[in-house]
Design a protein around this ligand. Sequence first.
Ligand code: SF4
Length: 498
Amino acid sequence: MTTKTTTVLTEEPEVPETASSAPPKVGFVSLGCPKNLVDSEVMMGLLAQAGAELTSRAADADVIVVNTCSFIESAQQESVNTILEMARHKTTGQAKKLVVAGCLVERFRDEIQRNIPEVDAVVGTGELENILAAAGVARTGEARSPFNILSSRPEGEARVAQGRFSRENWDGAIADLPNYLYDDATPRILATPRHSAYIKIAEGCDHPCSFCIIPQLRGKFRSRRFESVIAEAERLVHSGVREITLIGQDTTCYGEDFDLKDGLALLLEKLAGIEDLRWIRFLYAYPNKITSRLLEAIAANEKICSYIDVPLQHASPTVLKRMKRGGGADIFLHSIEKMRRTIPNLTLRTSFIVGFPGETEKEFEELCAFVREAEFDWMGAFGYSDQEGAGAYSTDGKLSLREIERRRKHLMQIQRKISKARKKRLLGREFDLLLEGTSEESDLLLEGRTPMHAPEIDGKVFVNDVAEGVETKPGEFYRCQVTEAHDYDLVARIIAKA
Ligand code: SF4
């Protein structure tokens, strides 16, 4: 999982239905992962529908909302820094209200307002509809309850009994778990480029990973209804979206809470039938949930990108056991071989946590050897971060931050060489490219993505040459040929419209 700062809304939004005569101007800062971004988009949709005006400039906003991340300590710190930065607009600027939403509220609800008096209201991850009251915007029409919040998996109920979701020892948090999930009737305003959108197909997580507090922050796993996802995808495509990325804490459990077998495969296949939708992918697969049926669905459908993101977290069986995840290098290599055999040209992304408590040099070396052998296309490495409330918090054998960082860098060095070699193999090959627009690196370059590149997280494709007669427009698809390969990025030439 990545954390980053996003000032949402780079262009004026399309507002669904407006009502109020003197609407407040609301500005959003969304932190953290795409799952949090979708929550921001839902809150913006609710506000806009009720008549609020949205602005991309914090200095112009009457109400500023900071949607926070609390995944690891650095994310918590970034959230607090952003709240303090936005609080200045209230003390010295024109903002009249500051609202804090998201995961930090689930973790420190009472403490936020106690310690930062500029904060006027907090909105937890299960209370998105409360954004209206928090921002001082009158609701138009009846409040509606999403229809799909009551289902759960037997695993989720078992974990409840084991205390997995307990927040008892968290000062400042309330006991009630979030249980909200938006649906296709919920208004939503995209903060992504017009041609690309995330769809959250599930929320919460039932897994017991001992380094992670997401289950306590987000609640039990629950899926959106199949028809709701399809209806939202159809609406998005109708409004110009050409690429959809399915997200959730664990997308591969999709549908299990309402006894749908192979739910993700069925969903992908149905989405592939939507005319004008060009690319579909899913992120955040759980390793032992990648079934043959899912692989076959990817292999058989051109619109489903040959791309799997499976965070493996480690490769040493003993570390994975302590992480309460299971598996190990041999099992993973076997399943990677099956993925690559079933899906030609598969792009494989993973991420690891290094420096987990008690990780010995030998266990770390097992991870390094695995990375060398597996040859991932994309890989992220995160240093272990201690989380109060996570199972690993009270264990012995914590490594120093310096050692954790040394191991993280070492692993990334190994991957850099692998990535470089894999990118070199792409030289001269042709791919479809979704053009994003002018590059942030230079006005002289265009930038785009191929099916090998998920939005935001993977390397980039820079375009430095366009064949004569081809007009380029952001959001359109082109055929490109790779002309240069770097450690992570590619340079390509657009040769035709695709
Ligand atoms: S699968 Fe594990 S790491 Fe991922 S959200 Fe669930 S508990 Fe956390």
